[in-house]
Design a binder for this molecule. Structure first.
Ligand SMILES: [Zn+2]
Length: 171
C-alpha cells in the first residue's frame, strides 16, 4: 500500500505538461500508487471519483477512475471525438482539498483512445457526469485545473454550501 501525498493548487508541478507512459515498460508502481491513494481519499472524504498521476507528483499521462459506472486506468489517453453540445456542472478537485466548488462547462460526451492497465488499446465514449470526470482528469495531464475553466467565479462556493445546494450523491 502506497498512499501518496496530494499536491495542492499553488504547487507549480500541477502546471506541468505530463509525458507519455512508456507503453513497452509501464511503471506498475505509479498505477498502484494512484489506486491506493484514490481508495484512501474516497474512504476519508466520502467523495471523489478520479485521480491523475500529476496530483501525486508523477508527471506522466495516467489517470485512475473509481466510479460506480466505471473503474480502471486510462493511460496515454486522448480525445478522438467529442460533442459540440456542452453542459455546466459544479466541479471540485482533491488538489483544492475539495474545499470549494465552481461552475465549469464540459462537453456532453467525449470519445477517448487510451491504454488500459494491461496496455491494451481501447476506445470508449463517456457521457454525462462520466464525461465531465474524464475531461477534468485529462486536463490535469496538461497542467490545466478546473479553476481555469470557471464560467462564473462569482458562483464559487465552499464544500458546505455545495453539499447543501448541489451535491448529487454518485456513490
Ligand atoms: Zn482534479
Amino acid at each position: 500500500m502506497a498512499v501518496r501525498e496530494i499536491l495542492h493548487f499553488g504547487n507549480p508541478a500541477l502546471r506541468a505538461t505530463c509525458s507519455a507512459i512508456d507503453e513497452e515498460r509501464p511503471d506498475q508502481g505509479i498505477m498502484k500508487d494512484l489506486q491506493d491513494t484514490l481508495t484512501h481519499l474516497q474512504r476519508m472524504e466520502g467523495l471523489g471519483r478520479g485521480l491523475a498521476a500529476p496530483q501525486i507528483g508523477h508527471q506522466v499521462r495516467a489517470v485512475y477512475i473509481n466510479a460506480p459506472a466505471w473503474e480502471g486506468f486510462l493511460l496515454n489517453p486522448h480525445v478522438v471525438n467529442r460533442s459540440d453540445e456542452t453542459f455546466e456542472i459544479m466541479d471540485g478537485c482533491f488538489s483544492a482539498a475539495l474545499s470549494f466548488f465552481g461552475p465549469v462547462k464540459r462537453h456532453r460526451w467525449v470519445e477517448v483512445c487510451y491504454r488500459d492497465a494491461t496496455m491494451k488499446p481501447c476506445q470508449e465514449a463517456f457521457r454525462g457526469d462520466m464525461s465531465e470526470l474524464i475531461q477534468h482528469e485529462m486536463d490535469h495531464l496538461n497542467g490545466i485545473l478546473f479553476i481555469d475553466r470557471l464560467t462564473d467565479p462569482s458562483r464559487i462556493m465552499t464544500r458546505g454550501e455545495w453539499e447543501k445546494r448541489c451535491r448529487v450523491d454518485r456513490r
